[in-house]
Design a protein around this ligand. Structure first.
Ligand code: ATP
Length: 330
Protein backbone atom coordinates (compact mmCIF):
# COMPACT_ATOMS: atom_id res chain seq x y z
CA UNK A 1 0.00 0.00 0.00
CA UNK A 2 1.34 3.47 -0.90
CA UNK A 3 1.25 5.85 2.07
CA UNK A 4 0.05 9.40 1.55
CA UNK A 5 2.85 11.79 2.41
CA UNK A 6 1.66 15.36 2.32
CA UNK A 7 4.12 18.22 1.88
CA UNK A 8 4.44 20.38 4.97
CA UNK A 9 5.28 24.09 4.71
CA UNK A 10 8.57 23.40 6.53
CA UNK A 11 9.57 20.68 4.03
CA UNK A 12 8.92 23.00 1.13
CA UNK A 13 11.24 25.69 2.41
CA UNK A 14 14.01 23.75 4.18
CA UNK A 15 15.84 20.45 3.98
CA UNK A 16 14.27 17.97 6.40
CA UNK A 17 16.25 17.31 9.55
CA UNK A 18 15.60 13.56 9.40
CA UNK A 19 15.00 11.41 6.33
CA UNK A 20 13.74 7.88 6.77
CA UNK A 21 14.22 5.88 3.56
CA UNK A 22 12.60 2.47 3.02
CA UNK A 23 13.15 1.37 6.60
CA UNK A 24 12.02 -2.13 7.60
CA UNK A 25 12.58 -3.99 10.85
CA UNK A 26 12.04 -7.70 11.33
CA UNK A 27 12.15 -9.41 14.67
CA UNK A 28 12.28 -13.21 14.51
CA UNK A 29 8.82 -13.73 13.01
CA UNK A 30 7.37 -10.23 13.20
CA UNK A 31 7.61 -7.50 10.61
CA UNK A 32 7.55 -4.58 13.03
CA UNK A 33 8.19 -1.96 10.29
CA UNK A 34 7.62 -2.35 6.55
CA UNK A 35 9.25 -0.03 4.05
CA UNK A 36 8.76 3.24 5.90
CA UNK A 37 9.80 6.46 4.11
CA UNK A 38 9.21 9.71 5.93
CA UNK A 39 10.74 13.16 6.35
CA UNK A 40 10.79 15.07 9.61
CA UNK A 41 11.17 18.82 9.18
CA UNK A 42 13.41 20.74 11.58
CA UNK A 43 11.64 22.55 14.40
CA UNK A 44 8.44 20.53 14.23
CA UNK A 45 6.61 18.74 17.02
CA UNK A 46 6.15 15.50 15.13
CA UNK A 47 3.61 12.98 16.40
CA UNK A 48 3.72 9.28 15.65
CA UNK A 49 0.26 7.80 16.06
CA UNK A 50 -0.73 4.18 15.96
CA UNK A 51 -2.52 1.50 17.90
CA UNK A 52 -0.61 -0.92 20.15
CA UNK A 53 1.99 -2.90 18.22
CA UNK A 54 1.99 -0.48 15.24
CA UNK A 55 5.77 -0.13 15.41
CA UNK A 56 6.11 3.29 17.07
CA UNK A 57 8.69 2.28 19.68
CA UNK A 58 10.67 0.33 17.08
CA UNK A 59 10.83 3.37 14.78
CA UNK A 60 11.72 5.77 17.60
CA UNK A 61 14.50 3.45 18.83
CA UNK A 62 15.90 3.30 15.28
CA UNK A 63 15.83 7.12 15.12
CA UNK A 64 17.63 7.30 18.45
CA UNK A 65 20.34 4.97 17.04
CA UNK A 66 19.51 2.38 19.68
CA UNK A 67 18.31 -0.21 17.17
CA UNK A 68 19.52 -1.03 13.66
CA UNK A 69 16.98 -1.36 10.84
CA UNK A 70 16.87 -4.66 8.92
CA UNK A 71 16.66 -2.67 5.67
CA UNK A 72 16.71 0.96 4.64
CA UNK A 73 18.46 4.02 5.95
CA UNK A 74 17.92 6.94 8.29
CA UNK A 75 19.70 10.22 7.56
CA UNK A 76 20.20 13.10 9.97
CA UNK A 77 21.07 15.76 7.41
CA UNK A 78 24.24 14.43 5.75
CA UNK A 79 24.83 11.62 8.26
CA UNK A 80 23.55 8.07 7.95
CA UNK A 81 22.63 6.83 11.41
CA UNK A 82 24.07 3.29 11.35
CA UNK A 83 27.45 4.65 10.21
CA UNK A 84 27.74 7.07 13.11
CA UNK A 85 25.46 5.93 15.97
CA UNK A 86 27.53 7.65 18.68
CA UNK A 87 27.31 11.02 16.91
CA UNK A 88 23.55 10.65 16.48
CA UNK A 89 23.12 9.60 20.11
CA UNK A 90 24.72 12.90 21.14
CA UNK A 91 22.23 14.81 18.98
CA UNK A 92 19.22 12.94 20.35
CA UNK A 93 17.60 12.88 23.78
CA UNK A 94 15.47 9.75 24.17
CA UNK A 95 12.80 9.21 26.78
CA UNK A 96 11.59 5.57 26.80
CA UNK A 97 7.99 4.56 27.34
CA UNK A 98 8.67 2.91 30.69
CA UNK A 99 10.24 4.15 33.89
CA UNK A 100 13.15 2.11 35.11
CA UNK A 101 13.75 1.29 38.75
CA UNK A 102 14.96 4.43 40.46
CA UNK A 103 18.16 4.33 42.41
CA UNK A 104 18.28 5.82 45.91
CA UNK A 105 18.92 9.36 44.68
CA UNK A 106 17.40 12.82 44.96
CA UNK A 107 16.15 14.54 41.79
CA UNK A 108 19.33 16.66 41.58
CA UNK A 109 21.63 13.68 42.20
CA UNK A 110 19.77 11.70 39.56
CA UNK A 111 20.34 14.38 36.90
CA UNK A 112 23.96 14.86 37.99
CA UNK A 113 24.50 11.12 37.60
CA UNK A 114 23.24 11.25 33.99
CA UNK A 115 25.27 14.40 33.28
CA UNK A 116 28.30 12.35 34.35
CA UNK A 117 27.32 9.50 32.02
CA UNK A 118 27.18 12.00 29.15
CA UNK A 119 30.70 13.16 29.95
CA UNK A 120 29.73 16.66 31.07
CA UNK A 121 32.64 18.13 33.11
CA UNK A 122 32.05 18.04 36.88
CA UNK A 123 32.23 21.86 37.29
CA UNK A 124 29.44 22.39 34.75
CA UNK A 125 27.05 19.76 36.11
CA UNK A 126 25.51 21.75 39.00
CA UNK A 127 24.57 24.65 36.71
CA UNK A 128 23.00 22.35 34.11
CA UNK A 129 21.06 20.45 36.76
CA UNK A 130 19.68 23.70 38.23
CA UNK A 131 18.62 24.96 34.80
CA UNK A 132 16.93 21.68 33.94
CA UNK A 133 15.10 21.45 37.26
CA UNK A 134 13.83 24.96 36.66
CA UNK A 135 12.79 24.15 33.08
CA UNK A 136 10.72 21.15 34.17
CA UNK A 137 9.45 23.00 37.27
CA UNK A 138 11.01 20.66 39.78
CA UNK A 139 13.33 23.10 41.56
CA UNK A 140 11.31 22.70 44.76
CA UNK A 141 11.86 18.92 44.54
CA UNK A 142 15.60 19.01 43.98
CA UNK A 143 16.30 17.29 47.31
CA UNK A 144 13.30 14.93 47.22
CA UNK A 145 14.03 11.24 46.65
CA UNK A 146 13.04 10.27 43.12
CA UNK A 147 10.73 7.45 44.17
CA UNK A 148 8.67 9.88 46.27
CA UNK A 149 7.74 12.02 43.21
CA UNK A 150 4.33 11.77 41.55
CA UNK A 151 4.05 10.09 38.15
CA UNK A 152 3.84 13.44 36.35
CA UNK A 153 6.91 14.70 38.22
CA UNK A 154 8.84 11.52 37.41
CA UNK A 155 7.88 12.01 33.78
CA UNK A 156 9.23 15.57 33.86
CA UNK A 157 12.41 14.41 35.58
CA UNK A 158 12.88 11.78 32.85
CA UNK A 159 12.41 14.50 30.28
CA UNK A 160 15.06 16.59 32.03
CA UNK A 161 17.29 13.52 31.97
CA UNK A 162 16.84 13.28 28.19
CA UNK A 163 17.90 16.95 27.92
CA UNK A 164 21.06 16.72 30.02
CA UNK A 165 23.40 16.84 27.00
CA UNK A 166 21.37 19.60 25.29
CA UNK A 167 20.28 17.49 22.30
CA UNK A 168 18.96 18.97 19.09
CA UNK A 169 16.22 16.36 18.83
CA UNK A 170 14.05 15.04 21.58
CA UNK A 171 12.29 11.68 21.23
CA UNK A 172 9.49 11.01 23.69
CA UNK A 173 7.88 7.57 23.60
CA UNK A 174 4.33 7.75 24.98
CA UNK A 175 5.19 10.65 27.31
CA UNK A 176 1.61 11.31 28.37
CA UNK A 177 0.59 7.78 29.26
CA UNK A 178 -0.79 7.56 32.75
CA UNK A 179 -0.77 11.32 33.33
CA UNK A 180 -3.78 13.15 34.71
CA UNK A 181 -5.26 16.01 32.60
CA UNK A 182 -3.35 18.70 34.48
CA UNK A 183 -0.02 16.90 34.07
CA UNK A 184 -0.82 16.52 30.36
CA UNK A 185 -1.35 20.24 30.00
CA UNK A 186 1.98 20.83 31.77
CA UNK A 187 3.70 18.35 29.46
CA UNK A 188 2.22 20.08 26.43
CA UNK A 189 3.46 23.47 27.64
CA UNK A 190 6.90 22.02 28.23
CA UNK A 191 7.04 20.48 24.75
CA UNK A 192 6.08 23.84 23.24
CA UNK A 193 8.79 25.56 25.29
CA UNK A 194 11.32 23.06 23.94
CA UNK A 195 10.18 23.75 20.39
CA UNK A 196 10.57 27.46 21.14
CA UNK A 197 14.16 26.70 22.20
CA UNK A 198 14.76 25.41 18.65
CA UNK A 199 14.48 21.69 19.33
CA UNK A 200 12.71 19.21 17.07
CA UNK A 201 10.44 16.98 19.14
CA UNK A 202 9.14 13.52 18.19
CA UNK A 203 6.32 12.13 20.30
CA UNK A 204 4.43 8.88 20.08
CA UNK A 205 1.02 8.07 21.39
CA UNK A 206 -1.93 5.81 20.73
CA UNK A 207 -4.23 8.51 22.10
CA UNK A 208 -5.05 10.88 19.31
CA UNK A 209 -6.25 13.81 21.33
CA UNK A 210 -2.88 14.14 23.02
CA UNK A 211 -1.06 14.53 19.73
CA UNK A 212 -3.63 16.68 17.94
CA UNK A 213 -3.33 19.19 20.75
CA UNK A 214 0.41 19.46 20.72
CA UNK A 215 1.84 18.44 17.33
CA UNK A 216 2.51 20.43 14.19
CA UNK A 217 2.91 17.30 12.04
CA UNK A 218 1.77 13.71 12.38
CA UNK A 219 2.36 10.29 10.87
CA UNK A 220 -0.08 7.42 11.30
CA UNK A 221 1.38 3.91 11.57
CA UNK A 222 -0.52 0.67 11.54
CA UNK A 223 0.85 -2.89 11.53
CA UNK A 224 4.30 -1.55 10.73
CA UNK A 225 3.10 0.45 7.72
CA UNK A 226 2.94 4.20 7.23
CA UNK A 227 -0.59 5.22 6.35
CA UNK A 228 -0.28 8.98 6.02
CA UNK A 229 2.03 11.79 7.12
CA UNK A 230 2.07 15.57 6.93
CA UNK A 231 1.07 18.64 8.88
CA UNK A 232 -1.89 18.06 11.19
CA UNK A 233 -4.41 20.27 9.39
CA UNK A 234 -3.57 18.80 5.98
CA UNK A 235 -3.74 15.22 7.23
CA UNK A 236 -7.15 15.84 8.77
CA UNK A 237 -8.39 17.55 5.63
CA UNK A 238 -6.96 14.86 3.33
CA UNK A 239 -8.64 12.14 5.32
CA UNK A 240 -11.96 13.89 5.20
CA UNK A 241 -11.87 15.08 8.82
CA UNK A 242 -12.21 18.72 7.78
CA UNK A 243 -12.78 21.54 10.20
CA UNK A 244 -15.86 22.99 11.74
CA UNK A 245 -16.77 26.61 11.97
CA UNK A 246 -19.03 28.20 14.52
CA UNK A 247 -20.59 31.57 13.84
CA UNK A 248 -22.53 33.49 16.48
CA UNK A 249 -24.74 36.42 15.53
CA UNK A 250 -25.99 39.29 17.61
CA UNK A 251 -29.47 39.13 16.24
CA UNK A 252 -31.48 35.90 15.82
CA UNK A 253 -33.52 37.48 13.03
CA UNK A 254 -30.45 37.54 10.77
CA UNK A 255 -29.46 33.86 11.26
CA UNK A 256 -31.52 32.82 8.23
CA UNK A 257 -29.78 35.45 6.08
CA UNK A 258 -26.39 34.12 7.16
CA UNK A 259 -27.45 30.51 6.46
CA UNK A 260 -28.64 31.51 2.97
CA UNK A 261 -25.33 33.19 2.33
CA UNK A 262 -23.27 30.21 3.56
CA UNK A 263 -25.31 27.71 1.51
CA UNK A 264 -23.70 29.12 -1.64
CA UNK A 265 -20.13 28.57 -0.39
CA UNK A 266 -18.57 25.40 -1.86
CA UNK A 267 -16.24 24.74 1.10
CA UNK A 268 -19.18 24.64 3.52
CA UNK A 269 -21.35 21.60 4.19
CA UNK A 270 -23.77 20.33 6.84
CA UNK A 271 -25.06 23.67 8.05
CA UNK A 272 -26.98 23.54 11.32
CA UNK A 273 -28.34 26.04 13.84
CA UNK A 274 -28.11 24.12 17.13
CA UNK A 275 -28.99 27.16 19.28
CA UNK A 276 -30.51 30.60 18.84
CA UNK A 277 -28.08 32.91 17.05
CA UNK A 278 -25.55 30.07 16.49
CA UNK A 279 -24.55 28.44 13.18
CA UNK A 280 -22.29 25.41 12.87
CA UNK A 281 -20.94 23.92 9.63
CA UNK A 282 -18.27 21.60 8.27
CA UNK A 283 -15.59 23.46 6.40
CA UNK A 284 -13.09 21.91 3.96
CA UNK A 285 -11.15 24.94 2.70
CA UNK A 286 -7.95 26.65 3.80
CA UNK A 287 -7.35 29.77 5.90
CA UNK A 288 -7.57 32.00 2.83
CA UNK A 289 -11.08 30.66 2.06
CA UNK A 290 -12.04 31.17 5.69
CA UNK A 291 -10.93 34.78 5.53
CA UNK A 292 -13.06 35.37 2.41
CA UNK A 293 -16.14 33.88 4.06
CA UNK A 294 -15.78 36.13 7.09
CA UNK A 295 -15.19 39.21 4.92
CA UNK A 296 -18.27 38.38 2.78
CA UNK A 297 -20.51 37.95 5.83
CA UNK A 298 -19.38 41.28 7.28
CA UNK A 299 -19.81 43.00 3.89
CA UNK A 300 -23.36 41.65 3.78
CA UNK A 301 -23.97 43.57 7.03
CA UNK A 302 -24.52 40.51 9.20
CA UNK A 303 -24.01 41.27 12.91
CA UNK A 304 -21.32 38.70 13.73
CA UNK A 305 -20.30 38.37 17.35
CA UNK A 306 -17.83 35.50 16.89
CA UNK A 307 -16.44 33.43 14.04
CA UNK A 308 -14.41 30.47 15.22
CA UNK A 309 -12.85 27.63 13.23
CA UNK A 310 -12.48 24.43 15.26
CA UNK A 311 -10.09 21.69 14.31
CA UNK A 312 -8.08 18.70 15.54
CA UNK A 313 -9.35 17.08 18.72
CA UNK A 314 -12.33 14.84 18.33
CA UNK A 315 -12.23 15.15 14.54
CA UNK A 316 -8.78 13.61 14.45
CA UNK A 317 -9.86 10.76 16.68
CA UNK A 318 -12.71 10.10 14.25
CA UNK A 319 -10.39 10.27 11.24
CA UNK A 320 -7.90 7.93 12.86
CA UNK A 321 -10.53 5.31 13.66
CA UNK A 322 -11.89 5.54 10.10
CA UNK A 323 -8.54 5.21 8.42
CA UNK A 324 -7.20 2.38 10.56
CA UNK A 325 -10.48 0.50 10.11
CA UNK A 326 -10.39 1.09 6.34
CA UNK A 327 -6.83 -0.23 6.14
CA UNK A 328 -7.42 -3.30 8.28
CA UNK A 329 -10.26 -4.29 5.92
CA UNK A 330 -8.19 -3.83 2.74
N1 ATP B 1 12.37 -7.25 20.84
C1 ATP B 1 11.35 -7.73 20.16
N2 ATP B 1 11.31 -9.01 19.75
C2 ATP B 1 10.27 -9.49 19.01
N3 ATP B 1 9.21 -8.76 18.63
C3 ATP B 1 9.19 -7.45 19.02
C4 ATP B 1 10.25 -6.87 19.79
N4 ATP B 1 9.95 -5.56 20.01
C5 ATP B 1 8.76 -5.33 19.41
N5 ATP B 1 8.31 -6.47 18.82
C6 ATP B 1 7.06 -6.60 18.03
O1 ATP B 1 7.09 -5.64 17.00
C7 ATP B 1 5.81 -5.04 16.81
C8 ATP B 1 5.90 -3.54 16.99
O2 ATP B 1 6.19 -3.27 18.35
P1 ATP B 1 6.42 -1.79 18.92
O3 ATP B 1 6.74 -1.91 20.37
O4 ATP B 1 7.38 -1.08 18.06
O5 ATP B 1 4.97 -1.16 18.72
P2 ATP B 1 4.30 0.14 19.40
O6 ATP B 1 3.53 0.81 18.34
O7 ATP B 1 5.34 0.93 20.14
O8 ATP B 1 3.31 -0.54 20.42
P3 ATP B 1 2.84 -0.05 21.91
O9 ATP B 1 1.97 1.15 21.70
O10 ATP B 1 2.05 -1.24 22.38
O11 ATP B 1 4.07 0.22 22.70
C9 ATP B 1 4.87 -5.73 17.81
O12 ATP B 1 4.24 -6.77 17.14
C10 ATP B 1 5.83 -6.27 18.86
O13 ATP B 1 5.30 -7.43 19.45
Amino acid sequence: MQPMVLPSPATVTTEPLIKIQHVSKRYRNTNALRDISLEIPRGTIFGLIGPNGAGKTTLLRILAALLTPSDGQVWFEQQEVTRAPAIIQRKVGYMPDFFGVYPDLTSAEYLEFYAGIHGIPRQKRAGIVNDLLELVELSSKRDAMVETLSRGMKQRLCLARALVHDPEILILDEPASGLDPRARVELRELVRTLQGMGKTVLISSHILLELAEMCTDIAILQNGELIIAGDVEKVIRQLGGGRQIEIRLLDNARVEDAVQHLKNVTDIQNLTTPEDRLIQADFSGDDQALHHILAALINAGLPIVSFAPRSGGGRLEEVFLNITERNSQS
